[in-house]
Design a binder for this molecule. Structure first.
Ligand SMILES: [Zn+2]
Ligand SMILES: [Zn+2]
Length: 338
């Protein structure tokens, strides 16, 4: 057995606590797992939901983080498809059962027994992590490690939501954070017209959206200048569902992309009438990941990132919570303190 080496991890011991920096023994890869040296891990709104105790499937203590980029250090028994020193990405979907009706039906994102990275499997807010090799991705070489990290959830689940929005000419985006800023670039590349909705009065986010090609950017309380074909909601704010329904045309679709949302207020049937559709997007499949990494390889996505060292994970989460970030926060173990 290799002798146990200590590594640093940011550990969440229970809901609504601060993460604590701890030394832990380096994890040992089990059957089918790879040991990965983490070079970057994105910080996602879902991490805030884990911290806030809003996800029933979360276990504590947990190391959050599900947008992991790193280098394979060692292979556990039976791993094929990866070699030591190879760069690898680890997403939110960490394990599925393979035998429930969803797994058998090609909807592993809905697996009844799924396990999720940084939620009920330790994630990437640490220096070394183990992951099931079957759920890891290769990442497009054109992106550096810190630029690639937000692709793994903001990009990937954004892509699934984007696809669910269908073939929209005019696409609305509610909440202009990490996921939206990637989706906007892909949507513009594909020739879609973008309408960005932010917190009322958030000029910085509106300017950012305009910079990335939005034709119109305004507050979520404002009406866009044209009827939309579809809208994707990234902000975890229930009242945005009826707000978005009011902006889409007959037959239009409103996609809620977050894992958690505040309660949706009652609304008049009239705004749903006309075959408008409201739907959620849950998790990802491995096929989504392969498809999105292909798109990311073909599209020049410029990820706007703010780097934090591992020990400043709490600061990164606080800035995300307060809406002080433009783009995505990424924990980089080797980064200098901010
Ligand atoms: Zn399953
Ligand atoms: Zn995420």
């Amino acid at each position: 057995m290799p002798e146990s080496i200590a590594m640093r991890a940011m550990v969440l011991h229970g809901p609504r606590q601060a993460l604590r920096l701890e030394d832990r023994p380096e994890p040992i890869p089990g059957d089918g797992q790879v040991l990965i040296k983490v070079s970057a891990c994105g910080v996602c709104r879902t991490d805030l939901h884990v911290v806030d105790g809003e996800l029933p499937q979360a276990r504590y203590p947990i190391v959050p983080g599900h947008e992991i980029v790193g280098e394979v250090v060692r292979l556990g028994p039976g791993v094929t498809g990866f070699i030591p020193r190879e760069r690898v990405g680890v997403p939110w979907l960490g394990w599925t059962c393979g035998h429930c009706r969803y797994c058998l039906g090609g909807q592993e994102n809905l697996c009844d027994n799924a396990r999720f990275t940084g939620c009920n499997i330790d994630g990437g807010f640490e220096e070394q992590v183990v992951a099931d090799a079957r759920y890891c991705f290769r990442l497009p070489a054109r992106y550096g490690d810190d630029e690639a990290a937000p692709l793994l959830c903001a990009g990937l689940i954004g892509h699934r939501a984007h696809r669910m929005a269908g073939d929209a000419e005019r696409l609305g985006i509610y909440g202009f954070g990490a996921a939206a800023h990637i989706m906007a670039q892909v949507a513009r590349h594909q020739g879609q017209r973008l309408y960005a909705f932010t917190r009322p009065g958030d000029r910085a986010a509106q300017d950012f959206a305009s910079e990335l090609g939005a034709e119109w950017a305004g507050g979520s309380d404002e009406a866009p200048p044209a009827e939309l074909d579809a809208a994707v909601i990234f902000a975890p704010v229930g009242p945005l569902i009826p707000a978005a329904l009011r902006t889409v045309r007959k037959g239009g679709v409103v996609v809620a992309a977050g894992i958690h949302m505040s309660d949706i207020p009652a609304f008049r049937y009239e705004i749903l009438w006309g075959e408008r559709v409201v739907r959620s997007v849950a998790n990802l499949t491995r096929a989504d990941g392969d498809e999105f990494m292909q798109i990311a390889d073909e599209t020049e996505i410029v990820a706007r990132i703010t780097r934090f060292p591992l020990e400043q994970a709490n600061e990164a989460l606080a800035e995300l919570r307060d809406g002080r970030l433009t783009g995505a926060a990424v924990l980089v173990p080797s980064a200098q303190p901010r």
